[in-house]
Design a protein around this ligand. Structure first.
Ligand code: GLA
Length: 395
């Protein structure tokens, strides 16, 4: 009843076949980078806070090879992206300023990474295929960015690839998103797409950029992602507005970021800020605490406690941060009414996209069945275990 997840080798074959038929040549480089689901710690990354995402088995694959140029030709097959659309632009060998965002919009992620890439560029042909649903809050954009970075590294050779560390690469991809997609995102998505590991969630301290693997070996439990199929785009005003409100709150509190104040300090300054600003700060401060508590719960294999924190997180995102929507709330309510569910919450930026539910294995079918029956929209499901970060594939 859940979606079959196309495995990376099937995607690779699709990409290779298309490359050969379109570019009349064999690709000699192949890479992949995953999307992510965030388990706890939403809208905390750009507040220097803690997050707890995991990499997904949903991935973006890029195959290709260097050419004599002068252009980069990039083709994609994804159904969501325009089917079999190919775009060309001059490879910015000397002047990266010549690269500017434009249409098609999916290519902006590629161009943005070229712009910020820490290394030499050369013209190339490439095909991109992806199993990460677009606009589903599962970081389809970070998956393209990180795969593009990996791809450019491979064109430069392994030795060059190891000269820059993954943190710097993730930061370059984040800058690409800021400048070329106009989304002032935090570092979570690009970071976990590079650094996720099979069997583990990743706690990221978004201030120190320290990443800690958190083992997720719970054979009796499953993580079910449910796509509301309400498309979200973060390039509207909501995301930047939230970011600004958080910065404003930190300023009033006299702190560098919302990572720093305690809840008591916030209470003390309650009369210095309007209710909206107060509520935004309340969400962020409590959510950072939930990540710490959630990690402790996972280490004790206390899934009941972890589930309780997920529900608190959802309620806080719904009421205080106001980034949920009717459909996501409906999905969470249905999930929480199902026996065997530990917890459920919206995940990602919000305003549509997906929920994530931690549930007993034995209750997965029941959960999906109930949502299919009771949800007013048309939901799709992925049963996912924590998967590995970006990697090189053999062509
Ligand atoms: C989007 C952004 C992330 C993060 C989440 C909310 O996915 O890209 O950086 O801010 O929203 O937690």
């Amino acid at each position: 009843m859940a979606q079959e997840i196309e495995d990376v080798f099937t995607l690779l074959e699709t990409a290779k076949t298309l490359f050969k038929s379109h570019f009349k040549n064999e690709p000699n480089v192949a890479v992949c980078a995953p999307g992510r689901v965030n388990l706890l710690g939403e809208h905390t990354d750009y507040n220097d806070g803690l997050v707890l995402p995991m990499a997904l088995p949903l991935v973006t694959v890029i195959v290709g090879r260097k050419t004599d140029g002068p252009q980069c030709r990039v083709m994609t097959t994804s159904e969501d992206l325009k089917k079999n659309s190919c775009t060309e632009f001059d490879c910015p060998l000397e002047d990266r300023e010549s690269l500017t965002p434009g249409e098609p919009s999916w290519a902006n992620y590629v161009k943005g990474v070229l712009y910020f890439y820490k290394g030499t560029l050369s013209p190339f042909d490439a095909v991109i295929v992806s199993s990460v649903p677009l606009g589903g809050g599962l970081s389809s954009s970070a998956a393209i960015e990180v795969a593009t970075y990996m791809f450019l590294d491979q064109l430069n050779g392994e030795k060059k690839a190891s000269e820059v560390n993954k943190k710097e690469k993730a930061l370059a991809c984040q800058q690409a998103e800021h400048k070329f997609a106009n989304v002032p995102c935090g570092i979570m998505d690009q970071f976990v797409s590079f650094m996720g590991e099979k069997g583990n969630a990743l706690q990221i301290d978004c201030r120190s950029l320290e990443a800690t693997l958190i083992p997720m070996a719970f054979p009796d439990a499953a993580i079910v992602i449910c796509n509301s199929n309400v498309k979200h785009t973060l390039s509207g005003t909501e995301y930047p507005d939230r970011r600004r409100q958080c910065e404003e709150a930190a300023k009033i509190l006299g702190k560098p970021a919302l990572r720093d104040p305690t809840y008591d300090e916030l209470q003390d300054k309650k009369d210095k800020m309007d209710t909206v600003t107060f509520n935004r700060a309340k969400h962020v401060i409590s959510e950072i605490g939930r990540v710490t508590d959630g990690v402790a719960a996972l280490r004790k294999a206390d899934l009941t406690e972890f589930g309780r924190l997920m529900v608190q997180s959802h309620n806080s995102l719904r009421d205080d941060f106001e980034v949920s929507c009717k459909e996501l709330n409906e999905l969470v309510v249905i999930a929480l009414g199902t026996k065997g569910v530990y917890g459920s919450r919206m995940t990602g930026g919000g305003f549509g996209g997906c929920t994530v539910t931690l549930v007993q294995q034995s209750a997965v079918n029941d959960l999906i069945g109930r949502i299919k029956k009771e949800y007013e929209g048309n939901a799709t499901f992925y049963i996912c275990s924590p998967s590995s970060g970006a990697k090189v594939l053999s062509v």
